[in-house]
Design a protein around this ligand. Structure first.
Ligand code: NAD
Ligand code: UGA
Length: 462
């Protein structure tokens, strides 16, 4: 089975970049990325892509118009494809059974119904969205029950492991590609067809093949383990602040043990992003569904620790500012959930700003990539009233404008440009005492002290 034409449902943070990379690496395969969101498709066809990722523009431009197309004509793209990636969203369910934990699979289901309606001949359907174990069974059932032609389907699982901000490098040289398929001759043939797509640029030994359920589960487990490391080091950051130990030194000391490893041990204001919390809650729900309450409680604690890290940061600011921030100006540097992305989903900054304005603070936000409308929308979504957004939130054009007249400044995203701020200038602009709360431990601690700031650094104390 040789793949000549690929279609992808969902032109978001995963669908757009991954398909652009496949198109760039496989010039003989036609790749069409579709979405019903017309504005998003228009943006993919323009010079201002809807996703900010270093290096992405070049990858898109290398293939767009040649063998990479972005379209809202979903049915035509499905009909013409040998292989269909499903890259739609799988947010946490906000209603009914499993609300707040289970994955909402309505977009997966509607994609499967559409595929069944339009398809003829043999199609390979690839789950790239992150989904609960056994979703492939549901997709197979929907396809079988709704196909009106003699179409045949093979469902594969191929979860995506890219991280935002480093997506291009992650896709260019992945640690591994994971593909799960049915243990039947047809399932294995479909699996080999997808392997041959990635083999255009990924060494064969990095392409892991498994059964469907191992592949589906491994994605949730990978995110849970990564998030668990952050919650672990964040729990230790609190202990460091109380004891005088330095969390970066502890991370270095333990991380040089090759069994532990050095990555993902950076203490922070808490992990954000669209997936860690959602996927852990999904894992918790799976454990509960299979009557494993101890396993569920174990993984839930990773999220509980993350929530605590965010709220104790706010508490630290309020207590340090003489137990009140009412009417005080607080400069926030960084709103994205990590550097090098314009994505703010589940960003720690959203919760911290919400809690600060609940204390009547006046918050001035600067982020190099996040537009004002996104910040306003995010705050509205977590319950900040519109009049508070109008009167108590300001957006600044640079860090210095944010710091002007501020009682305190807090770094919430580790943007590189914050590492070399003009500290004497910031100090002059701020009210005194000039309090700094470094939620990412990125500012030069010695220089802060030298220039007169009263600084609190996460995991290091005063
Ligand atoms: P996203 O919300 O950015 O994009 C999903 C897109 O799917 C939306 O534009 C939506 O309009 C579209 N869509 C929904 N139903 C559709 C349909 N029937 N046909 C065509 N388009 C449809 O989401 P995302 O961040 O790209 O995440 C997608 C999936 O990938 C999720 O399951 C997520 O957990 C997983 N994932 C995300 C990342 C990441 O870094 N964001 C990394 C790995 C895995
Ligand atoms: C994460 C995983 O790293 C990807 O492998 C996965 O594909 C993706 O989720 C997904 O499924 O969506 P992402 O959320 O884009 O990727 O970014 P990460 O680099 O993992 O960072 C997540 C959050 O953890 C950020 O808020 C980051 O600032 C925080 N973090 C990360 C820390 O606080 N400390 C660290 O040491 C590392």
């Amino acid at each position: 089975m040789k793949i000549k034409s690929i279609c992808c449902l969902g032109a978001g943070y995963v669908g757009g970049p991954t398909m652009a990379m496949i198109a760039a690496k496989c010039p003989e395969i036609s790749v069409t990325v579709c979405d019903m969101n017309e504005a998003r498709i228009d943006a993919w066809n323009s010079d201002t892509l809807p996703v900010y990722e270093p290096g992405l523009q070049e990858v898109v431009e290398s293939a767009r118009g040649r063998n990479l197309h972005f379209s809202t004509d979903i049915k035509a793209a499905i009909a013409g494809a040998d292989l269909i990636f499903v890259c739609v969203g799988t947010p946490t369910k906000s209603y009914g059974i499993g609300a707040g934990r289970a994955a909402d699979l309505r977009y997966i289901e509607s994609a499967a119904r559409l595929i069944a309606e339009v398809s003829e001949g043999n199609k390979i359907i690839v789950e790239k969205s992150t989904i609960p174990v056994k979703t492939a069974t549901a997709i197979q059932a929907i396809l079988a029950a709704n196909s009106t032609t003699n179409a045949t389907f093979q469902v594969l699982s191929n979860p995506e492991f890219l991280a935002e901000g480093t997506a291009v490098a992650d896709m260019e040289s992945p640690d591994r590609i994971l593909i799960g398929g049915e243990q039947t001759p047809e399932g294995q043939a479909a699996l080999e067809a997808l392997v041959s797509v990635y083999a255009h640029w990924v060494p064969r030994e990095r392409i892991i093949t498994t059964n469907l359920w191992s592949s589906e589960l491994s994605k949730l487990v990978a995110n849970a383990f990564l998030a668990q490391r952050i919650s672990s080091i964040n729990s230790i950051s609190a202990l460091c602040e109380s004891t005088g130990a330095d969390v970066d030194e502890v991370a270095r000391a333990i991380g040089s043990d090759s069994r532990i490893g050095s990555k993902f041990l950076k203490a922070s204001v808490g992990f954000g992003g669209s997936c860690f919390q959602k996927d852990i809650l999904n894992l918790v729900y799976l454990c509960e569904s299979f009557n494993l309450p101890e396993a569920a409680a174990y993984w839930r604690a990773v999220v509980t620790m993350n929530d605590w890290q965010k709220s104790r940061f706010v508490e630290k600011i309020v207590r340090t500012l003489f137990n009140t921030v009412s009417g005080k100006r607080i400069a926030i540097l960084g709103f994205a959930f990590k550097k090098d992305t314009n994505d703010t989903r589940e960003s720690a900054a959203i919760h911290i700003v919400r809690d600060l304005v609940a204390e009547n603070a006046h918050v001035i936000i600067y982020d190099p990539r996040v537009p004002t409308e996104t910040i306003h929308r995010d705050l509205l979504e977590v319950g900040v009233p519109q009049d508070i957004i109008n009167f108590n939130i300001e957006i600044a054009a640079d860090p210095y404008e944010a710091a002007a007249g501020a009682h305190a400044l807090a770094t919430l995203t580790e943007w590189d440009e914050f590492r070399d701020l003009d500290l004497p200038r910031i100090y002059d602009l701020m009210l005194k005492p000039a309090f700094v709360f470094d939620g990412r431990a990125i500012l030069p601690a010695a220089a802060l002290a030298k220039h007169g700031f009263k600084a609190f650094v996460i995991g290091k104390g005063e």
